[in-house]
Design a protein around this ligand. Structure first.
Ligand SMILES: [Zn+2]
Length: 345
């Protein structure tokens, strides 16, 4: 069993909310709120009351102990915990319940979190087993376990001390665990000092509105090289930012240098070369192929020069063409794809 005492947070004003809570509790018991049905057992109500009182006093360990006992009966626990939530103890902690519908379609308790409003720490009791674990909210509601946090801290250190190869290995390992990768890398980004290797996270919104981590760049602070790991395949590519270098447009290093020379020359002449598309992953190409097939010419996945980082699509291709050609870019003059340029050298 985990020692809960270790995580006790120090409370300066432990007794201040006691009275307040009792008032709420008695008000709730006399009101005609839905929680007071005739058959509601007094036992459940007093259990809810006891938990709310502990939470109200910011007694974390005692609250966890009550929950641990409650969840031995997961179904009964849900009723009691909901009652406690309704009592709204004035506390530094918040009770969060994770439920899911079971096979019969009935709501089932999965775990109970006591969340510290100050630190974002989640103290979790798993329903059924009563197992305790501690998680940290790293922002956007994503939680990291202690173990994963430890691993993230190691990677963060590697980045801050410019250990590129070890960092890449660590990011590749994370690619195998997509659920952990995103929150871990988000947390690491918050630890960046500005002098080490930095992370650039490229995401993609799925049709059901979920944000998925697609690629991770380890960016060198010196030459802006982007060491890219594709989260979907774990594949590594070295890429370099092009254009104003602030956006996500990247090419293979030799193509990037030739593009940048053209871009800078055009810029000096007062022309901004507008980039529509540059490097694409195999998965990007697959998505594009599926979406645009029949509407617009798109190379089959695995055959596009964009996947090699040796092609760029330019919106103002007419004006940009002389600059690009002077730097060795080839314009194939594809009838339905006139903005497409390739670099073969
Ligand atoms: Zn193209």
């Amino acid at each position: 069993m985990t020692k809960l005492e270790e995580w006790q947070e120090v409370r300066p004003d432990a007794n201040s909310s006691n009275l307040n809570l009792l008032e709420i509790a008695s008000a709730a018991s006399t009101s005609r709120s839905p929680m007071k049905k005739a058959d509601e057992s007094t036992e459940q109500f007093s259990a809810a009351n006891a938990l709310a009182a502990r939470l109200g006093n910011n007694e974390l360990n005692a609250s966890l102990e009550i929950i641990r006992n409650l969840v031995e009966d997961a179904q009964g626990a849900l009723t009691v915990l909901r009652l406690s939530q309704k009592l709204k103890p004035d506390s530094d902690y918040e009770l969060q319940l994770l439920t899911r519908p079971n096979r019969a379609g009935k709501e089932e308790l999965v775990n109970v979190d006591i969340v510290s409003k100050r630190s974002g720490q989640h103290h979790r009791i798993e329903a059924g087993t009563g197992q305790y674990s501690r998680w940290l909210d790293v922002g956007t509601g994503q939680l990291l376990s202690e173990q994963d946090l430890e691993r993230a801290a190691k990677l963060s250190k590697l980045l801050n001390t410019h250990k590129l190869n070890e960092s890449l290995r660590s990011v590749k390992a994370l690619a195998l665990e997509p659920d952990v990768a995103f929150p871990s890398l988000l947390w690491i980004r918050k630890q960046e000092t500005g002098s080490g290797l930095s992370l650039n996270l490229l995401t993609h919104k799925t049709s059901d509105g979920q944000t998925v981590l697609r690629q991770v760049d380890i960016v060198s602070p010196y030459n802006h090289d982007r060491h890219r790991v594709e989260m979907e395949s774990g594949r590594y590519t070295l890429l370099r930012a092009i254009g104003d270098k602030r956006g996500d447009h990247v090419l293979a290093p030799r193509a990037a240098a030739a593009f940048q020379a053209a871009f800078d020359e055009a810029d000096r002449a007062g022309l901004e070369i507008e980039i529509n598309s540059s490097w694409r992953s195999y998965k990007d190409q697959t998505r594009l192929y599926k979406n645009l097939r029949g509407l617009s010419p798109v190379a089959a996945p695995g055959t596009s020069m964009h996947e090699a980082g040796l092609a760029v699509d330019v919106q103002n291709y007419r004006e940009a063409r002389p600059y690009l050609e002077r730097q060795g870019w080839y314009w194939p003059n594809l009838p339905k794809d006139p903005w497409h340029f390739e670099y073969w050298r």
